[in-house]
Design a protein around this ligand. Structure first.
Ligand code: SF4
Ligand code: SF4
Length: 347
């Protein structure tokens, strides 16, 4: 999705308008992907009427873009009703799913809902690799069947491909599969977030330095070098009052029990949308402190770094790896160095 222009973003930021909201419907999942960043499947879930009430709240707060995500959202019986309700309220709806539960009947209902696009996770170019990452035999075949059905129905599909250790060699096969479905471009990412601040276990799934260079080289051979990787967020803005990060600036994340986060990578609860007024949450001192921590100036090493313009410098990655904002996301440095190595020194 293209982000708003900086001028519009600045106006929304001043008024704390949550243009772009990610709504986690559940943390339950029928897969156990190696690199999943969700800390636990255990979370209370809002019931149907409560979700509808917060959708009305978000519509009233001028939210435009709404992403339903999980866990796996189609484990909830009411997901299609909620999507329908959201599009009726006028949201531009994106649906994120592992697609394994999308049978022909659900795809037909999705078509009727007039959603913007479906983001489908594809983690390998073969059953052997994809199923090994998801931990579920048969998940690759299920995804391929569902994407074929979505495309036959004329639904826009974005292939989201997180490349974990051992899957770099599959990138071309993933690209070919996408082309077979009439999808020109795969959103590859090699950013693996920890499950909780300081969790070191994510590191075992991150690409080695050599594989990271191959990752960027493969993107460069498939697309132009500036395309093909899903950056966490908006990149360096033209106005210094803006953040390079969309957290709290363009939007928020709401978890299954109504907790409001600046971003799913920043698990610092700001309040609860069911029990607190959204405006109070967004203008709270805690929100101000987080915004301060997201500013480039809060991390002097990044602020003076020659590579900061092209760097994906995600404060959430810094928070999750180092346990605090205002620190350098060394994993982002590693990506920048790998990118530079294959782009002739250009960050
Ligand atoms: S994350 Fe690393 S490469 Fe990026 S701006 Fe900061 S110091 Fe520079
Ligand atoms: S913390 Fe990272 S993932 Fe979250 S909005 Fe900022 S840049 Fe994006």
């Amino acid at each position: 999705m293209e982000y708003l222009t900086d001028a519009l973003t600045l106006r929304a930021f001043d008024r704390r308008i949550p243009f772009d909201v990610t709504l986690e419907l559940t943390r339950r999942c029928n897969q156990s992907c190696a690199m999943c960043y969700l800390p636990s499947a255990e979370s209370e879930e809002m019931d149907t009427e409560t979700v509808k009430a917060i959708l009305r709240t978000l519509a009233g707060a001028q939210c435009l873009f709404l992403t339903f995500t999980g866990g796996e959202i189609f484990l909830r019986e009411d997901t299609l009703d909620l999507i329908d309700f959201a599009t009726d309220l006028g949201f531009a709806v994106t649906v994120k799913t592992n697609a394994t539960l999308l049978d022909a009947a659900r795809v037909a209902r999705l078509k009727e809902c007039a959603i913007m696009e479906v983001h489908v996770s594809l983690l390998g170019g073969s059953a052997a690799v994809h199923d090994a990452v998801t931990g579920v035999t048969g998940s690759f075949d299920a995804v391929c069947g569902a994407v074929g059905e979505l495309r036959r129905r004329g639904i826009a599909v974005v292939i989201m491909s997180v490349i974990t250790r051992g899957a770099v060699d599959d990138m071309e096969a993933i690209h070919r599969l996408a082309q077979g479905w009439g999808i020109e471009h795969v959103n590859f990412s090699a950013i693996i977030f920890p499950r909780f601040p300081g969790d070191a276990s994510a590191r075992r799934y991150r690409l080695t330095d050599e594989d990271l260079r191959r990752f960027y080289a493969t993107i460069g051979s498939l697309y132009s070098i500036d395309q093909g990787e899903e950056e966490p967020c908006r990149g360096m803005p033209s106005d210094e009052r803006l953040l390079s990060c969309t957290a709290l600036q363009d939007g928020i994340t709401v978890t299954p029990d109504g907790t409001v986060l600046a971003c799913s990578s920043l698990p610092m609860p700001l309040g609860n949308i069911v029990s607190d007024r959204l405006e109070t949450i967004l203008f709270s001192e805690k929100a101000d402190r987080i915004i301060e921590g997201l500013q480039l100036s809060s991390t002097p090493e990044c602020a003076s770094c020659a590579d900061r313009i092209g760097c994906l410098r995600c404060p959430g990655l810094a928070f999750m790896d180092n346990g605090m904002l205002g620190t350098v996301p060394r994993e982002a440095c590693r990506h920048t160095n790998a990118f530079k190595a294959i782009a002739g020194g250009r960050p």
